[in-house]
Design a protein around this ligand. Structure first.
Ligand code: FES
Ligand SMILES: [Fe+2]
Length: 389
C-alpha cells in the first residue's frame, strides 16, 4: 500500500514531477517511422504530458517541437513543411528542427525579430522502425543497445497496440507480476498444462517463481514442473523483454499510455543492412466503444494483450494504491516501486539513474533473448510469427 503522496510521486509524468523527471533521462519511442510518409510528414504526438509535433522537412530532417506555436499558440500540427522546417499555418512563423525561428513573415524584414524567438525542440533518432526522442537535460545519452534493438543478424517487426487509457505504472507493475500470466491468460498461454480449476488456472504448472534485481532491472524466473526454468527481464524503467520482443511502454500523459513491441527475428548469419522497411502489425481495438473507460466500454478477451488491457484499465485511470492489499506474490511490484524511488532520488541528486548509457559505442547488451527462445515457454514460439501483410 502507498500513501496518496507516494502514489502521486510514482505515477505523474509531467515536467517537474519526480517520475516525470526520471523518465526524461531516457529515450522513448514517439512514433512509428512509417507514420511520417513523404506526402503527409506531420504528426501530433503527446508524450510525458507534453503536446508535440513530429515532422520531416523536405530535406529529410526529422524534428520534434512543442505543438503550440511560440507566437499565439496555434497548433503546428497543421503547419506547412518545407526545406528549412515547418511553418505555422496561422501567420507563417517558420521553425527548423532545433526550434530556431527562421522567419516571421508579417514582421519588417530588417527587424530580425525572428532571431529573438526560440521554440522548444527535442532531439530525435530513428531505430528499429521507430522515431525516438529524448526530453531531458543535455548532453543526451545513447539509446541502450539492447540485443533486441541493436542486433543486426536478423530483422525487426513492430506490433502497435491501441492506446491504453490508464496510467503507465499499471502496465509496468504488470511486467513484474508473474502470477497473473497463469490466471488471467490461462486459456491462451497453457504451455501444455491442462486447466482443471479456472480459479487456479495454470499456476500449478509451476513449482515456484522468483524475482531478483540485476544490473539492468528485475529478472522474473519461473520454475516449471517439467524442470524447465524460464526467465525474462524488466529493463528499467519502461521495457519488458519477453521471448524475442521488447514491450515498450510510453507514458502519453498521466492517464494514457502508448505501447509498442519491437520484435527481433534472428535468422541470418550475416548482418542485414536495410532497417528502413520494418513491418508493422496494428492490433485491432481491444474494446468497444473506443476512447471511454470501464464501465462504459466492453473489452474483448480473446487475445493476451486485450486481457491485459482489461485488467489495467479496470484498475482505474490512476490506480488508487492507498486501497490495495498486496500479498507475497506481489514482491516484484514492491521491488519495482523501490527501484523507482531509488532512481528518482539519484536524479534529484544530479546523478544518472540506472541504464543511462553515455558511450554511444557501448557493446550490445545481451538480455539472454536466445536462451528465452530456447526454453520456449510462455508462448515464445508464437512470437516468432511475423505479422500478416
Ligand atoms: S500562431 Fe503561429 S504564426 Fe501566429
Ligand atoms: Fe499479461
Amino acid at each position: 500500500m502507498l500513501t496518496l503522496e507516494e502514489n502521486e510521486m510514482l505515477t505523474r509524468v509531467g515536467p517537474g514531477t519526480p517520475a516525470g523527471e526520471l523518465l526524461r533521462r531516457y529515450w522513448h519511442p514517439v512514433a512509428i517511422a512509417a507514420e511520417l510518409p513523404e506526402d503527409n510528414p506531420v504528426k501530433f504526438v503527446r508524450i510525458l504530458c507534453e503536446d508535440l509535433v513530429l515532422f520531416q522537412t523536405k530535406k529529410g530532417e526529422v524534428g520534434l517541437l512543442h505543438d503550440r506555436c511560440s507566437h499565439r499558440g496555434a497548433s503546428l500540427s497543421y503547419g506547412r513543411v518545407e526545406e528549412r522546417g515547418i511553418a505555422c499555418a496561422y501567420h507563417g512563423w517558420l521553425y527548423d528542427i532545433q526550434g530556431n525561428c527562421l522567419e516571421t513573415p508579417a514582421e519588417p524584414a530588417e527587424s530580425n525579430f525572428c532571431r529573438t524567438v526560440k521554440h522548444k525542440a527535442y532531439p530525435v533518432q530513428k531505430l528499429a522502425g521507430l522515431y525516438w526522442a529524448y526530453f531531458g537535460p543535455q548532453p543526451a545519452p545513447a539509446i541502450p543497445k539492447y540485443d533486441v534493438w541493436a542486433r543486426t543478424d536478423g530483422w525487426h517487426w513492430l506490433r502497435a497496440l491501441p492506446q491504453l487509457d490508464c496510467n503507465w505504472l499499471q502496465a509496468m507493475e504488470n511486467s513484474v507480476d508473474t502470477a497473473h500470466l497463469h490466471i488471467l491468460h490461462q486459456e491462451l498461454v497453457t504451455d501444455g498444462f491442462k486447466v482443471e480449476s479456472t480459479t487456479r488456472g495454470t499456476i500449478d504448472n509451476l513449482t515456484k517463481f522468483e524475482v531478483e534485481e540485476f544490473d539492468r532491472g528485475i529478472l522474473k524466473r519461473r520454475f516449471f514442473k517439467d524442470g524447465k526454468v524460464e526467465e525474462h527481464p524488466l529493463l528499467f524503467p519502461t521495457v519488458l523483454r519477453q521471448a524475442n520482443r521488447t514491450q515498450i511502454r510510453v507514458p502519453i500523459d498521466d492517464t494514457h499510455t502508448w505501447i509498442v513491441y519491437v520484435h527481433f527475428v534472428p535468422d541470418s548469419a550475416e548482418p542485414r543492412a536495410n532497417k528502413d522497411d520494418v513491418p508493422v502489425d496494428y492490433r485491432k481495438p481491444f474494446k468497444n466503444p473506443l476512447g471511454v473507460r470501464h464501465p462504459f466500454t466492453k473489452f474483448r478477451l480473446d487475445e493476451v494483450d486485450a486481457q491485459d488491457f482489461m485488467a489495467w484499465e479496470t484498475q482505474g485511470p490512476i490506480l488508487d494504491r492507498t486501497r490495495e492489499r498486496l500479498a507475497a506474490s506481489d514482491r516484484g511490484v514492491v521491488m519495482y516501486r523501490d527501484m523507482l524511488r531509488r532512481e528518482i532520488k539519484k536524479v534529484e541528486q544530479g546523478l544518472d539513474p540506472m541504464n543511462v548509457f553515455r558511450d554511444p559505442n557501448h557493446a550490445i547488451i545481451d538480455t539472454k533473448m536466445d536462451e528465452s527462445l530456447h526454453v520456449g515457454k510462455a508462448g515464445s514460439v508464437t512470437y516468432h510469427v511475423p505479422p500478416k501483410q
